[in-house]
Write a protein of this length. Structure first.
Length: 183
């Protein structure tokens, strides 16, 4: 496997922060944005002219605490400097995403057949067999949402399920632990 290290600002995905609450913290979403971006893939093509890149074959993207695993990732930077990415496939046909939440010991995990990132609108779309989970430090699922499609607005920190009215949404919310302030 070839290791390709890119420190290109045009490929900064640090804003892929599913479910992250903006709380002051030492590491996680906020500090990930300032970390170098590394990509491992079997193959890579990058065009400086079109500001686009394609990575294929066991793609591993890392930036700080953020990890994305997929079969392919296509990136693009528009003339205004906004970043866009499409990740597809992976283990069991799913893209896997994970990132530490700021100010907590929790992580966000997500998966879908396709992950779309729109840097201009600060939106992430998880399409087909989408699932997002918040996991505590002990590895226990705190909450989970499953839907055919999930849209996450990073500015408002709101998930919307099935915005095109396809399928049903399933939500799991664990009871709060008494040590975490539950009753």
């Amino acid at each position: 496997m070839k290791k390709i290290q890119l420190f290109l600002s045009c490929l900064t995905f640090g804003v892929l922060a599913l479910g992250a609450t903006v709380v002051g913290g030492a590491d996680g979403v906020l500090t990930d944005r300032s970390q170098p971006f590394t990509i491992e893939a079997d193959t890579a093509q990058y065009s400086d002219v079109t500001q686009s890149a394609r990575f294929t074959g066991r793609v591993v993207l890392q930036q700080g605490t953020m990890h994305i695993l997929s079969d392919t990732v296509d990136t693009l930077v528009d003339p205004e400097g906004y970043q866009y990415a499409t990740a597809k496939g992976g283990e069991n046909g799913l893209v896997h995403f994970q990132q530490k939440r700021d100010g907590t010991n929790e992580i966000m995990k997500a998966q879908a057949e396709q992950l779309l990132y729109d840097g201009k609108n600060n939106v992430i779309v998880l399409a087909k067999r989408a699932r997002a989970q918040r996991i505590n430090a002990q590895g226990k699922i705190i909450d989970q949402i499953d839907a055919d499609e999930l849209t996450y607005n990073q500015l408002t920190e709101v998930f919307e399920s099935n915005p095109k009215n396809t399928g049903r949404t399933h939500v799991f919310i664990a009871p709060r632990d008494k040590q975490q302030g539950g009753k």
